[in-house]
Design a protein around this ligand. Structure first.
Ligand SMILES: [Ca+2]
Ligand SMILES: [Ca+2]
Ligand SMILES: [Ca+2]
Length: 619
């Protein structure tokens, strides 16, 4: 028997020594009647059953301990679970029955309840210390605020980026449930998983919006500017301003490139990534222009551009009539102008044209009835113009065939002017030719004399006053007439003239004042000069009313004075022979004796016509 048992022991000890020992003990117990039971094969079977029974027993103990702890033992719950971050519960929490009291033996101040784990505590219950466990657990799911995310294609994003604020007592990990497809532009739903230290999970939905970059951007020629944002392909349904992508040109397009059709490479930087794209500039827009309604006089024509304004196109363009206007047809017509750019884009601009007939003749201005003296030059055109409402200033004709300027009478003069439309205007005025008589001139002269002299005056005073009046009243100006009566009349009427006028007016006034006088004329000078000789009964003296710079008494001066003045002015100025004259034509003048004695030699010889030589005795 013993030998068998020993064998049993040794056979079993290798794998299950414990159960083998137990088996031996039991064998010993039942040694009296059932020894045979443990022989060989039967022994092993029995041990196996025992083992199973023991396992079942152990499991029962474990289950009892886990599920029914509170129902067993001493009325104390061995474990109490609280949420992390909470407070230590009252010691009674560990008791089975309500109404009983307990207290902590462990010092619970300063316990860290912010970490998951078991905290061993001791309570006093019914006077005895009992060890219990306070279990700190995280059973609350994490919470978080989720936001959308915008990226450019090629970027990636961690799941954390979608989470703004996590609320949980423990640390939370954020992961994608499934990684987004970052290579696909557009909108994607992503699921974010939040997991706390207690293993509690929360799933959140978020939107991932992936912008793309267009490989080619079309631009109309003449576009002022293209911005890098234009190259972004926005995720469907998204139109955000400002765009949540940091985008700029690394290489853009110039304005001149935008003006001329073609393809231009650009490089765009978006969120730090570089993208190549192309701007394709095309002119697809027709020219634009504003219509201008016009009116034209019949017979006038105009270019197509006359009917438009503010025309524009990015490219060169032409302008033409859709149908040529009929400029010969009075009334209103529709004008259609076609503007076409070099790319074939065309636009039509419609305006109107009114063709007006001109039925107004020119207006002839400045024609007046005239009176002239026989021999006067007739000025038909002085101050006369013809102006037409359409043609502006036009030519005019004068029919003066009826006029005989050498015969006293009144004649018709007709002016005619026509415009380009054939409207003609005529105006007829009269030209009176009259004879200038001494009476007419003397009437003017007497009027002057009445205001400057009295009949009872000394003749010398009369001469002096006449000279002073002519000298100061007549303004020096050009005058061509060499006829004394006409020059005097003109001088008295107009108060201006040249030295012939001064002479002639003086002659008429002196004559009417009863002073003997005659004309005297320069010879040998570069210019002509005329002055007077006067005789008040004391011999002939020079008299000159033409203004000169001299201290002479110009109303009566002698030949000696005349020679002295001539010498002086010849030396200092361009004048030569100022008072040189043909002595043979005039009576002796006061001073001649002193100059010439009884010489009979004529001052004027063959050389005098030269004008450059001054002839004076002893010179
Ligand atoms: Ca939690
Ligand atoms: Ca165009
Ligand atoms: Ca007209």
């Amino acid at each position: 028997m013993t030998k068998e048992l020993t064998i049993c022991y040794y056979q079993s000890r290798e794998n299950t020594p414990y159960y083998a020992i137990q088996a031996r003990r039991r064998v010993n117990i039942s040694h009296a009647g059932k020894v045979r039971l443990y022989g060989g094969k039967n022994l092993r079977k029995t041990v196996l059953i025992l083992i199973i029974l023991l396992i079942l027993a152990a499991l029962a103990v474990i289950i009892a301990t886990a599920i029914l702890p509170n129902l067993t033992g001493n009325g104390v719950k061995p474990v109490v679970t609280i949420e992390i971050g909470g407070e230590v519960p009252p010691a009674e929490t560990f008791l089975q029955k309500p109404g009983e009291t307990a207290e902590y033996e462990t010092d619970i101040t300063g316990l860290d309840l912010s970490r998951i784990g078991d905290i061993p505590l001791t309570i006093i219950y019914k006077g005895d210390p009992v060890d219990v466990t306070l279990r700190v657990a995280d059973t609350t799911k994490p919470e978080a605020t989720i936001r959308e995310q915008y990226i450019i294609i090629g970027e990636t994003l961690a799941a954390e980026a979608f989470v703004i604020e996590i609320i949980d007592a423990t640390e939370v990990t954020v992961t994608y449930k499934r990684a987004p497809d970052f290579t696909r532009p557009g909108a994607q739903n992503v699921t974010i998983i939040l997991e706390d230290q207690g293993g509690n999970k929360t799933e959140k939905s978020a939107q991932l919006l992936i912008y793309g970059i267009t490989p080619m951007l079309q631009a109309e020629a003449g576009t002022i500017e293209i911005f890098p944002q234009h190259f972004l392909i926005e995720p469907s349904g998204i139109d955000l301003r400002p765009i949540p992508i940091d985008v700029s040109f690394e290489r853009g397009v110039t304005q001149s490139q935008l003006a001329s059709p073609g393809e231009y490479d650009v490089t765009i930087r978006a969120n730090g990534l570089q993208f190549n794209s192309v701007v394709k500039v095309a002119d697809t827009a027709p020219p634009v222009a504003m219509a201008v309604d016009r009116s034209l006089w019949l017979g006038k024509t105009a270019e197509p551009s006359y009917f438009i304004t503010n025309a524009y196109d990015a490219s060169e363009y032409s302008v033409r009539f859709k149908t040529d206007p009929d400029f010969t047809n009075p009334g209103t017509q529709v004008i259609t102008v076609i503007l076409e750019d070099i790319w074939g884009n065309a636009a039509e601009v419609t305006s109107s044209l009114v063709i007006m007939e001109d039925d107004l003749p020119p207006v002839i201005n400045g024609v007046v009835n005239q009176t002239i003296f026989i021999g006067d030059t007739i000025s038909y055109r002085n101050g006369v113009t013809a102006v037409d409402n359409v043609d502006g200033e036009v030519e005019y004709t004068i029919d003066s065939s009826a006029v005989n300027p050498r015969r006293v009478g009144t004649y018709n003069v007709t002016y005619s002017a026509s415009d380009s439309s054939g409207n003609t205007a005529t105006r007829t005025v009269t030209l009176s030719v009259v004879e200038l008589t001494y009476d007419m001139v003397y009437a003017l002269a007497d009027e002057v004399l009445a205001s400057i002299i009295r009949p009872d005056m000394d003749p010398v005073e009369k001469v002096r006053r006449i000279q002073r009046w002519v000298n100061s009243s007549i303004t020096y100006a050009g005058y061509r007439d060499r006829e004394t009566l006409r020059a005097a009349y003109a001088g008295l009427r107009s108060r201006h003239g040249n030295c012939f006028t001064y002479y002639a007016v003086s002659e008429v006034l002196l004559t009417r004042a009863g002073i003997d006088n005659m004309r005297i004329t320069r010879v040998g000078g570069r210019t002509n000069h005329f002055w007077n000789l006067v005789n008040v009964g004391t011999g002939w003296y020079h008299y000159d009313a033409t203004p000169i710079m001299s201290t002479l008494n110009l109303y009566m001066f002698t030949s000696v004075d005349a020679v002295a003045y001539t010498r002086r002015i010849t030396a200092n100025t361009i004048y030569t022979n100022y008072y040189v004259y043909d002595r043979s034509l005039y009576p002796p003048i006061v001073g001649d004796d002193e100059l010439y004695g009884d010489e009979s030699e004529d001052l004027v010889d063959d050389d005098i016509d030269d004008g450059s030589i001054t002839y004076f005795p002893g010179n």
